[in-house]
Design a protein around this ligand. Structure first.
Ligand code: GLA
Length: 378
């Protein structure tokens, strides 16, 4: 065939490819867009953000995230500082802020031994209340709070941190006074208050073998009582060496095997020395400040930065591999300066745990995480 006869065909093929490239959508450039259809990208927010004051963080939040968790304002010491006296101003503002910004709004956390008011467990003489009384207090608290936000909150962390790293029960007041069934009761009260809300169990150090086994057994037990647990939150307070991602994967798979969705609920990576995995994320842990334990006050050396980015990429690679099991990955904060890591377990340090720097700029790894998602099958 003469070449000239093929000209119209060349013309057609060229035209088609032009048309296709014009029609194909540009690749997403933000975290929430790149991970859309895989899992939500959330952030814990404080009241500076939910009140609208921290406009720089709000800009980042709106651009990059599509879910919010309240850092503190929904903990029981904040919501019910005195028996029967509820303080809802900050929580209402948080929910309104989330709704107005089109975020998936998460509730955190109903029953937790920490950041609970003293009165919750004691009578007027300072003695432990009876099992019946503590159950009633739990019921009142959960019913009041969950009903107030019925239909507005997608899912609640119902119980936080009930199992220790070795798999045994934490000797919390809830456990000591009520016994193992406090978890089951808490889920039942929450389910009654909002039957359509997702209900989660949330804990730290979930990659530990002991914790994994303890949590799996506890969930199996309550499932056997007919209680539905919709999701398990793996907090994800990590370090450069901890946890071992193979162990993290084993837990993720084990939790999903229980018929629960998995959420990574409080992700951050400390780069600071002295991080002892045995304290997990126990907020009560506290060590004395030493200059040598705060080595990056003037900036993060490139070598450490690249370790940090590798850890983020490795974890997100794993999460993408298991995207069918995961609904949400929430970072515990937006920018480094607002991270609790600067003050825990040692006060007054400079950490670099999150994805956005102290100038509200994305770290270079954000682009790499976006690319990871763009290159992963949808
Ligand atoms: C725990 C809690 C969170 C938060 C973090 C640290 O993991 O679940 O609410 O307090 O500790 O800030």
């Amino acid at each position: 065939m003469k070449l000239s006869k093929l000209y119209p065909l060349f013309f057609l093929a060229g035209g088609l490819s032009l048309l296709l490239s014009a029609c194909s959508a540009p690749e997403p450039t933000t975290l929430k867009d790149a991970y859309a259809g895989k899992f939500l990208i959330g952030a814990a927010i404080n009241t500076h953000i939910s009140s609208g004051r921290d406009t720089a963080s709000i800009r980042v939040l709106r651009a990059e995230f599509n879910s919010v968790t309240p850092e503190n304002c929904m903990k029981s010491e904040n919501l019910q500082p005195e028996k029967g006296v509820f303080f809802f101003d900050d929580a209402d503002q948080y929910v309104k802020f989330g709704e107005e910004n089109g975020m998936t709004v998460i509730g955190h956390c109903l029953i937790w031994h920490s950041q609970a008011p003293e009165w919750f467990f004691t009578d007027e003489n300072g003695q432990d209340v009876s099992r019946e009384e503590l159950i009633q207090r739990m019921k009142d608290h959960i019913t009041t709070v969950v009903s107030r936000y019925k239909g507005k909150i997608k899912g609640w962390d119902v119980v936080n941190e009930a199992i220790l790293d070795d798999g045994s029960w934490r000797e919390s007041k809830f456990y000591q006074i009520i016994g193992e069934d406090f978890i089951q009761l808490a889920f039942e009260f929450a389910r009654t208050a909002d039957p359509d809300c997702e209900l989660y169990y949330n804990d730290y150090s979930m990659a530990n073998e002991g914790k994994r086994t303890g949590v799996v057994n506890m969930i199996k037990n309550i499932q056997a009582q007919g209680v539905q647990v919709d999701g398990i939150g793996m907090q994800g307070h990590c370090g450069l060496k901890f946890p071992d991602l193979n162990e993290f994967e084993k837990s993720l798979t084990a939790f999903s095997g229980l018929g629960c969705r998995v959420n990574i609920t409080e992700l951050d990576f400390t780069v600071l020395p002295g991080f002892d995995p045995s304290v997990g994320a126990d907020v009560a842990a506290s060590f004395e400040y030493q200059q040598s334990l705060n080595p990056y006050a003037d900036g993060l050396p490139e070598a450490v930065e690249s370790q940090l980015y590798s850890r983020y990429k490795d974890l997100f690679g794993l999460l993408l591999k298991h995207q069918d099991k995961i609904d949400r990955v929430t970072l515990w904060g937006i920018t480094d300066d607002a991270s609790w890591r600067n003050d825990w377990p040692i006060k007054g340090r400079t950490d670099y745990a999150l994805l956005f720097d102290r100038n509200y700029q994305p770290k270079p790894v954000v682009k790499e995480l976006v690319n990871l998602a763009n290159n992963s099958p949808r």
